[in-house]
Design a binder for this molecule. Structure first.
Ligand code: G4P
Length: 287
């Protein structure tokens, strides 16, 4: 993965988030419903502490609904956390997040509820804010080295109004985690130029064949006999005519096709993080 998140950027982002958190009542954390863990920021849980949080599994239209439902159950085991799956372009669904956020804020507030929208790049934060505001709110740069102007938006509604601000710095996912990096790559969360297709596609193909065997076998007309990533890729390459001189399969081309089709949702609704693969820390009442 070519994307780098330097320690300096990490420190700056965490300081900014810590400051911003002091001024808000609720955190709205946007994650990608297909990869709720891989698309989350590893520092956020610690930074937000016990501040109420709505975990928004966005892009639910692309994710496996059954897996999403299990994620919601798993996440809501955590105290002060509510989880909801949405499509950020749908006003009704975005408004539901607003209602949940307001319900989590302390009752005694004399002013409107203040919420901080956080999330890694490309999960749909701007889309969410625009839909909530009912207008296009300018988007600022997502480059780690660029100073980002934090946005504050007043939303009408709720008894005393609802104020949201977006992530002050740029929050990155855990790119040091290879499994997460591959899933971010496969879903297109990391820009194409930062991808090594040949690193991403074979593992994604194995994961998909394990969890969505019928979808993958049907789409690529596979015999379903290969279990190893490069072998699956070679079979896909042959079927799709990705051949070089001498009939050698062009694995890079095949990998590109697989990544592009996963990102476009051509295989149907799929998830690439599954709750049973992760130990979900649940700081529940019994802790
Ligand atoms: P960000 O502010 O967190 O960086 O994300 P942003 O809103 O810009 O959204 C990133 C991409 O995700 C956009 O596509 C946007 O349309 C898409 N998106 C946001 N919410 C949803 C959703 O609920 N469902 C689906 N299917 N897509 C959603 P884009 O501009 O075409 O970018 P890209 O896909 O080329 O990266």
């Amino acid at each position: 993965m070519a994307v780098q998140w330097y320690p300096g950027h990490m420190k700056k982002a965490s300081d900014e988030i810590r400051e911003a958190l002091k001024r808000v009542d609720v955190v709205i954390e946007i994650i990608d419903a297909r990869i709720p863990i891989s698309s989350s920021n590893p520092m956020l849980k610690e930074l937000k502490g016990s501040k109420p949080c709505v975990r928004v599994l966005n892009k639910k239209d692309l994710a496996d609904p059954e897996v999403t439902a299990r994620w919601i159950l798993a996440m809501e085991k955590e105290v002060n956390v509510r989880a909801v799956a949405i499509e950020a372009l749908k006003k009704k669904e975005v408004d539901k997040v607003k209602s949940i956020a307001i319900s989590l804020a302390p009752d005694e507030l004399k002013r409107g509820v203040r919420a901080l929208v956080v999330g890694i790049p490309n999960v749909g934060k701007s889309t969410f804010i625009n839909t909530l505001a009912g207008r296009k709110v300018a988007k600022t740069g997502d480059e780690p080295a660029v100073t980002k102007q934090q946005q504050h938006v007043r939303i009408e509604g709720g008894r005393k109004g609802f104020d949201i601000s977006d992530t002050p710095g740029v929050l990155w996912p855990n790119l040091a985690d290879r499994k997460g990096g591959i899933r971010l790559g496969a879903t297109g969360a990391v820009r194409d130029t930062a991808l090594d297709y040949l690193e991403v596609a074979p593992q994604a193909a194995v994961d998909l064949l394990t969890h969505y065997r019928d979808l993958v076998v049907e789409r690529y007309k596979l015999k379903g006999e290969s279990e190893e990533g490069m072998d699956i890729l070679a079979e896909i390459g042959k079927k799709r005519g990705c051949l070089r001189k001498g009939g050698i399969v062009d694995l890079h081309k095949a990998a590109e096709i697989v990544c592009r089709e996963i990102k476009a949702g051509d295989l149907g609704r799929i998830s690439l993080d599954w709750p049973e693969d992760y130990e979900i820390e649940s700081n529940t009442d019994s802790d």
